[in-house]
Write a protein that binds this ligand. Sequence first.
Ligand SMILES: Nc1nc2c(ncn2[C@@H]2O[C@H](COP(=O)(O)OP(=O)(O)OP(=O)(O)O)[C@@H](O)[C@H]2O)c(=O)[nH]1
Length: 240
Amino acid sequence: MTDIDLFEAETAVLANANDVLASDAAGADDYRVALRDLVQGYGQLMRESRRLIARSDRTERELNLLNSRLRQLSDELDYKARHDNLTGALNRGAVFDLAHRFLEDSSLSLIVLDIDFFKRINDEFGHPAGDVVIRELVNRLRKSLDGKGEIGRVGGEEFTVLLRNVSLDEAVQLAEKVRLAIAGELFSCLPSRAVTASFGVSWSQAGSDFEDAYARADAALYQAKHGGRNRVERDGPALA
Ligand SMILES: Nc1nc2c(ncn2[C@@H]2O[C@H](COP(=O)(O)OP(=O)(O)OP(=O)(O)O)[C@@H](O)[C@H]2O)c(=O)[nH]1
């Protein structure tokens, strides 16, 4: 493949000007022609350079726009991969990952809560109404926790709250506060029927196994369900 000289014409003009300059025999006409060709060539180069610079500025702006759109899409994907789209709470995978991380260097209180007789709500009012109940319940959960803890939706109508470096007593008090926030006032989306939830709470010291912490909170939740629902039950603190 032969190389194409992009500046063939300009090289010829320059070579001619150099020849004229070096020649003792060159006259005024030779200088004029060489200078004219140089001026034309120089002007042409300037016009081309301006055009190329404008094009590269435009391309750079387009690339910057594409890059920021890509970053935005990647953030959106990351958010969607970690959050439940009905409630905006962390999804099961994300909240379990977080709990594992917390337990590496912190103690962890775990609240597990489950809506009572939710099947009946779905059966009586329909699945879409059930979805609205779930959303309102998470809103109440958020409000009553007031920034404490991380909320995750771990099943259809089951949620967990991670409370890092919070004692079991304090976690039980918080669970009680959430229970009242749910049961204490009828849901605006379901004015004819009370919504309640049952709670299990466990505490684990740093370095504990998360599966064990979860199983103990779940066992306490089971007790709450079988003890009559709409109540909070605690697990005994785990000893290392
Ligand atoms: N609307 C709605 N319903 C769901 C969703 N996920 C699970 N469910 C329903 O939740 C109900 C759970 O029913 P069960 O496991 O029998 O529990 P329950 O009726 O709440 O009874 P207890 O937990 O024993 O008080 C089922 O009817 C599921 O279909 C969801 O995302 N939206």
